[in-house]
Design a protein around this ligand. Structure first.
Ligand code: ADP
Ligand code: 5GP
Length: 185
């Protein structure tokens, strides 16, 4: 069975982080830790959620070809460290949790990657989850909700769309997709 590169995207607050945590709990998958220029949120640790770097360091990494993909999002840069992913892919299934522009870049350089978009049952439920998470101001919440329409406009580029209504059902569906994809080649 081959190791797969699974790229998960979807609107902020849809539950990507929650789903990924559940997938990681069985120890079979490896999550790529991205670099970002955004400031850590309370409770986030360097090297765990992200490698938190300066704009200068991020630019230097771009110059060295150090990113598999990178993009600017909500005023900050985010990028997937190339070496981190390519070395782990030799021994594990690797999950990237990245936004749509980055996902499309990955599909170009790694056509075998599986692109999965996670969507909420509806916009109001997404708003409720963003409000409930208590990590963003009202203005940031509106910005993130508006971004959803752009993300959905790119859904045809994705191999799978999963609706995160009931969490257990969504996780099970994703595990079944991974199983099928691993058996495919
Ligand atoms: P993302 O990583 O996509 O920005 P999070 O994983 O941080 O989203 O989830 C946003 C909020 O929604 C969290 O408070 C999380 O507990 C909640 N959440 C995630 N999935 C579900 C679900 N299926 N039903 C209800 N709440 C959910
Ligand atoms: P947050 O700031 O809420 O952690 O993440 C904002 C957005 O950036 C999310 O949609 C997340 O998936 C995306 N993101 C995180 N890491 C990367 C990355 O390495 N590359 C790209 N292109 N997007 C990323």
């Amino acid at each position: 069975m081959r190791n797969i590169l699974l790229v998960i995207s979807g609107p902020s607050g849809v539950g990507k982080g929650t789903i990924v945590k559940r997938l990681l709990s069985d120890g079979r998958y490896c999550l790529s830790v991205s670099c970002t220029t955004r400031a850590p949120r309370p409770g986030e640790e360097d090297g765990r959620e992200y490698f938190f770097v300066t704009k200068e360091k991020f630019n230097a990494m771009i110059g060295e070809g150090g990113f598999l993909e990178y993009s600017q999002h909500f005023g900050n840069y985010y990028g997937t460290p190339r070496e981190y992913v390519e070395s782990r892919l030799k021994t594990n299934d690797v999950i990237l949790e990245i936004e749509v522009n980055g996902a499309l870049q990955v599909k170009k350089s790694h056509p075998e990657a599986i692109l999965m978009m996670v969507l909420p049952p509806d916009r109001e439920e997404l708003r409720a989850r963003l409000v409930g998470r208590q990590t963003e101001s009202d203005e940031k919440i509106e910005e993130r909700l508006n971004r959803m329409d752009y993300e959905i406009s790119l859904e045809d580029n994705y191999d799978y769309i999963v609706i995160n209504d009931d969490l257990n059902t969504a996780v099970k569906e994703i595990e079944n997709i991974i199983k099928r994809e691993k058996e495919r080649i």
